[in-house]
Design a binder for this molecule. Structure first.
Ligand SMILES: C=C(O[C@@H]1C=C(C(=O)O)C=C[C@H]1O)C(=O)O
Length: 113
């Protein structure tokens, strides 16, 4: 005979206990705050880049500046590393944002022609 003590209480994924629920809620509240901050920071960044786009269009400068981008990516990778964030992820995110900015700059330049 085995020394089975019978069925043990199993954690139920659909019914976590109150302390697990409370911890999940606390973490999700912080995540929601962080997401809101990211949205506000991005909105401010796009306000600045729109102004850069107008300046470039007025002075016939190209929408993209690859040298500036290379410096930003190197800097952000460095910052990410120190913050224990994957530098490759930080680079992908910045490239994604910059691509959108360049698209805006092209639209502004087209409107100025
Ligand atoms: C905002 C600029 O335009 C583009 C967008 C960039 C950005 O979003 O950071 C950086 C370089 C440019 O390709 C700029 O030249 O500073």
């Amino acid at each position: 005979m085995s020394e089975s003590t019978g069925p043990q209480p199993q954690p139920s994924p659909s019914q976590p206990d109150d302390s697990v629920r409370a911890e999940l809620t606390r973490l999700r509240e912080s995540i929601d705050n962080i997401d809101a901050a990211v949205v506000h920071m991005l909105a401010e960044r796009f306000k600045c880049t729109q102004q850069v786009g107008v300046l470039k269009a007025l002075h016939q400068l190209p929408p993209a500046d690859p040298d500036r981008e290379a410096r930003q990516i190197a800097r952000l990778r460095e910052l990410a590393g120190s913050a224990k964030l994957d530098p490759a992820f930080a680079e992908k995110l910045l490239n994604f944002i910059i691509a959108e900015v360049i698209r805006h700059h092209e639209t502004i330049a087209d409107g100025a022609r």
